[in-house]
Design a protein around this ligand. Structure first.
Ligand SMILES: Nc1ncnc2c1ncn2[C@@H]1O[C@H](COP(=O)(O)OP(=O)(O)O)[C@@H](O)[C@H]1O
Ligand SMILES: [Mg+2]
Length: 430
């Protein structure tokens, strides 16, 4: 039995996305992604049978003044205009606007997908989405996200320094959800916004060190020395090239052994807390002065072992990246139980202050469903800015850079900048 498109459920009404037990979204046809937040190539339109279509007369045909003449070519033919006029419109189209050739005239009502194939700018997409009076289409949502990110970046109000160093632990025992990417990019974004920031790489793989362009070959002073040998953190800090105000403590492969070595040490879960608290630039304006760090980010490995435990005992806030994919929420229960145990026994101040949805592809129902579900469960803890899936974000580390310096105007960088602003604006939890 096929589903009536007009009753297709809009965003956010599906239940159980990503939670165990609901597989309803798994069998959807996969969509082709350019990875840059733009519509897919014309040869690969999203043709989801349950894609909500506007019914009846095209809204843009009713109000032709709003949609550009180029984009209305199809409707003109439909409403019986002279063919000569179409040619004329095409000539203008080449010069007037950033558009691709208009589609063949059709007797079908013009829908969101047809519009999307001829429109190239985020502004155009947003306008057309509004005309279609259907903000539940994946393209409209994607356009909305892009426009919001660009507008927010343009609106550069200054970011206030927190009164005392905020320590954020970026953790999720799942691998590949964007912990490291989120850590380095939000840290770099905050530094670009004038904040003094320290990143502590606590993953033996040293991905954050790589992305920040900081040496993490074996033997280099690293987080291992602070954790296992009790060295001063200040002696292990390196400045991050290209990003003023951003420092990093690298992780070397030695950290892989720390997980075992820590077991026999005194106060084994408190060692990072002591190291951070002992840094002269960590504290309030009174205790650490004007040069204090405003933010310390700790990038955790994908496990709930002693390294992550050390981080959760050291931090006041926890930042959880959640990948907008199926199974995203599985395992989160265990993570939150661990947080409760740490709060009860080791660090009563710990708060899950921030959740960020990563690798978000607004054109897929799955991604928006997961994002909605995360919001339903966690409310205000979830940043309004989701991080789009973007090739530029994933290629930046291979140049030893964050996307904030590698391609600052890309949608990924703009989104991380806006996410950083949100974190700063929200302030430390009370
Ligand atoms: N927004 C994004 N767009 C595209 N690729 C991403 C994005 N965020 C992360 N990635 C890629 O996903 C992979 C896993 O990300 P990573 O931050 O290393 O996850 P984790 O630290 O949780 O293991 C990396 O290859 C990274 O480049
Ligand atoms: Mg990582």
């Amino acid at each position: 039995m096929s589903q009536d498109p007009s009753t297709a459920s809009p965003r956010g009404t599906s239940t159980g996305l990503g939670w165990p037990g609901d597989r309803s979204e798994v069998d959807r046809p996969s969509t082709f992604s350019t990875g840059l937040g733009w519509p897919a190539e014309r040869a690969h339109p999203q043709e989801d049978p349950s894609f909500p279509q506007p019914s009846g007369t095209s809204p843009s045909a009713e109000q032709p003044d709003v949609v550009s003449r180029e984009t209305s070519t199809g409707e003109s033919a439909e409403s019986g205009d002279e063919p000569g006029e179409d040619d004329d419109v095409d000539t203008h189209a080449a010069t007037a606007r950033l558009v691709t050739p208009a589609p063949e005239p059709t007797t079908q009502p013009v829908d969101a997908v047809a519009h999307a194939r001829v429109i190239r700018t985020a502004g155009d997409l947003a306008r057309v989405a509004a005309r279609l009076d259907d903000d539940s289409t994946p393209l409209a949502r994607m356009a909305e996200d892009t426009v919001r990110a660009r507008q927010a970046a343009a609106n550069r109000d200054p970011v206030q320094r927190p009164g005392a160093t905020r320590i954020l632990v970026v953790a999720n025992q799942k691998g590949g959800v964007g912990k490291t990417t989120t850590t380095v990019n939000i840290a770099a974004a905050l530094a670009q916004l004038g904040q003094r920031v320290l990143v502590i790489d606590l993953d033996p793989q040293g991905n954050a060190s790589t992305a920040l362009g900081v040496d993490h070959s074996r033997g280099v002073p690293s987080a291992y020395d602070a954790l296992v040998d009790g060295e001063d953190l200040a002696d292990l800090v390196s400045p991050v090239p290209d990003v003023p105000r951003l420092d990093a403590v690298p992780a070397t492969i030695d950290l892989a052994g720390a997980e075992i070595e820590l077991v026999s040490l005194v106060a084994r879960e408190n060692r990072l807390r002591r190291a951070i608290a002992g840094h002269p630039r960590v504290g309030t304006a009174e205790t650490a002065g004007e040069d204090r760090y405003d933010y310390v980010f700790v990038d955790c490995p994908p496990s709930l072992g002693l390294l992550t435990l050390n981080a959760l005992v050291a931090g006041r806030e926890m930042l959880i990246p959640i990948q907008a994919e199926y199974y995203a929420l599985e395992g989160l229960g265990m993570l939150l139980e661990t947080v409760e145990m740490i709060k009860a026994h080791l660090n009563p101040d710990l708060v899950v202050s921030t959740i960020v949805v990563t690798m978000y592809d607004g054109r897929t129902r799955l991604a928006s469903g997961v994002a909605q579900e995360v919001r339903d469960h966690f409310g205000d803890q979830v940043l309004k800015t989701a991080i789009p899936r973007s090739v530029r974000v994933s290629e930046a580390p291979s140049y030893g850079q964050t996307v904030m310096t590698y391609d600052p105007a890309s949608p990924g960088a703009l989104s991380y900048l806006e996410a950083a602003r949100e974190i700063a604006r929200k302030g430390a939890p009370q």
